[in-house]
Write a protein that binds this ligand. Structure first.
Ligand SMILES: [Zn+2]
Ligand SMILES: [Zn+2]
Length: 546
């Protein structure tokens, strides 16, 4: 057994928030845990989302024994159809997570091809060389699990997203007994969620939202619109309960929310009191004071319902003065700007907007520092590897582990693509593998390179200038004046002089070097425009020959 080793391959979620994906490899057999996506930042123009680079797995497709999805959030499920297109391994998930994955696979035409296995918290399943014990954890979605992964080298505990909520919406607390049992058996390594490692204390229970919702319902005179993620099933439950208390009808708007609510109800994870739910069409015809609408768009996404409402481009209904809009979610880092712009637009239209910064209408689903310490104490791992978080969050988590007495030499902070090897002799870093961004946009997966992203950024910032020059095909002399068109840059009408100067530059350059080297003409033009305006538009030159 001396030369046996466990390889831990972080493909996403380390050094960033989102696109969580981990591979465990033993004796050339592989177990994947989570296949998430990440939402693009503001400056990633035209990008729908980002998925992990899992090219490491592509020549080992037949070695993958299974894919476990720990819970139904997009940052854990969102890349599943992309992964499945390449790697046809069986998926393991709890009923609700499986339901959410099925909705996603169905939308991408993969429902029939996927092999899905339902597991329950408390189950033990052999997947290749790994015996995996699923244990229940609280989070902001029901049916989340952490994993005890038994390997020939020892037990690995992978927390998934978790918090220790004593009064969760579904009444099902985290499985402390299982964690204590792991500890009694001895834990080789703990890999756990670092999202809130900078937050002291405990994350408040989901219960506090009920009180905040009640206050909103007491004070709202007209329609209430609650906005959250389509996968936040427990928030739907809370909205339904409070709607029932206050005698309002609840309607879901938007396909993802309607589909997820239907599926969660069917599986018993959403229990809307009799007679409370109505179709959106019906809700829109009722007096505003009798209605609550739930929809997506809490991140300011322009294509979401709230995004469209804020711009007055939603087809089914509009914002009305007197509407109360509750953003029940936390801004994903990088989205703050677009969210606050959207909130301003909603206020402009006469709505009252209530959001996390001004009321407890959202609590985090992730453990804060005291909960992290509790998990470390409960599990008492030999090695500790913080996961899920930006580098600073991983570092903070590592400090906490050190504080509670984990040997500093046994704590490893690392980032995506850095393989970790555990043998009987210890834990060390092995080779690095690709683990960057794979951009997905309307046209496909990975078609968008860093170069294209840079071009889009320049275009969006400084615009484009097109120069069309006609030259005599025999003498090479410029015929007439170069034609210039601009978009997103100072227009020729605004600044005649600038363009007269540009025409002169182009003619001079062609006199000097001819018209063959378009790149050089573009370069000279760009330098001229930059020196005159301090902006750097994209410049394109076309040459006509007659
Ligand atoms: Zn989550
Ligand atoms: Zn997550």
């Amino acid at each position: 057994m001396k030369d046996k080793k466990l390889r831990i391959i972080p493909l996403g979620g380390l050094g960033e928030v989102g696109k969580n994906m981990m591979a465990y490899e033993y004796d050339e057999r592989i177990l994947i845990v989570d296949t998430g996506l990440m939402f693009p930042e503001n400056d990633m123009l035209g990008i729908d989302y980002i998925i992990p680079d899992f090219s490491y797995l592509l020549d080992k497709k037949d070695k993958v024994d299974g894919i476990i999805i720990t819970h139904g959030h997009e940052d854990h499920t969102g890349a599943i159809h992309h992964v499945l297109q390449e790697i046809n391994a069986p998926i393991y998930a709890t009923p609700l997570t499986r339901g959410l994955v099925e909705v996603k696979l169905g939308r991408n035409g993969l429902a029939s091809r996927a092999v899905l296995n339902t597991v329950h918290a408390g189950d033990s399943v052999q997947i290749g060389p790994f015996k995996v014990e699923f244990f229940h954890v609280c989070h902001s979605i029901p049916d989340g699990v952490g994993l005890g992964i038994n390997t020939p080298l020892g037990l690995i505990v992978h927390s998934g997203d978790y918090k220790f909520d004593h009064t969760p919406v579904d009444g099902w607390p985290s499985d402390y007994a299982k964690l204590a049992d792991f500890s009694a058996r001895g834990v080789l390594a703990l890999l756990s969620d670092s999202t809130n490692s900078e937050r002291p204390g405990w994350t408040p229970s989901e219960k506090v939202i009920d009180a905040a919702f009640r206050k909103v319902f007491r004070e709202a005179k007209d329609r209430i619109i609650i906005v959250s993620f389509a996968s936040l099933i427990s928030r739907m439950q809370q909205a339904a309960n409070v709607a029932n208390e206050f005698g309002r009808k609840l309607a879901f708007a938007g396909t993802s929310m309607v589909d997820n609510a239907k599926m969660a109800t069917k599986l018993g994870y959403l229990d809307i009191p009799e007679g409370v739910q109505v179709p959106i069409e019906q809700a829109l015809n009722m007096p505003g004071k009798d209605v609550v609408i739930m929809c997506t768009g809490s991140q300011g996404e322009p294509s979401s319902i709230l995004g469209r409402l804020s711009m007055g481009t939603n087809r089914q209904f509009d914002i009305k003065a007197g509407d109360t809009i509750v953003l029940s979610s936390h801004p994903i880092p990088g989205n703050e700007e677009s969210i606050y712009r959207m909130i301003n637009r909603l206020f402009e239209q006469g709505a009252n907007v209530i959001y996390e910064a001004i009321a407890n209408v959202h609590v985090s689903g992730h453990a804060s520092q005291e909960e992290m310490k509790l998990l470390l104490h409960l599990v008492r791992p030999k090695y500790f590897i913080p996961i899920h978080g930006e580098l600073r969050q991983l570092k903070q988590h590592a400090l906490l582990a050190k504080e509670i007495g984990i040997d500093e030499n046994n704590i490893l902070v690392t980032e995506n693509g850095q393989i970790i090897e555990i043998t009987e002799n210890g834990m060390k870093l092995a080779e690095k593998v690709p683990a960057g961004y794979v951009y997905v946009d309307g046209s496909g997966v990975g078609d968008v390179s860093e170069d294209i992203m840079r071009e889009r950024e320049i275009l969006s910032r400084d615009g484009i200038v097109l120069i069309n020059v006609n030259v005599d095909r025999f003498t090479g002399e410029v015929l007439g004046d170069p034609e210039i068109v601009s978009r997103g840059f100072i227009s020729p009408r605004e600044n005649n002089e600038l363009y007269a100067g540009l025409r002169k530059k182009v003619i001079e350059t062609i006199k000097r070097i001819g018209s063959k080297d378009r790149g050089e003409i573009e370069q000279v033009s760009r330098t001229y425009l930059n020196s005159e305006t301090r902006r750097r538009p994209v410049v394109m030159v076309t040459i006509g020959r007659s």
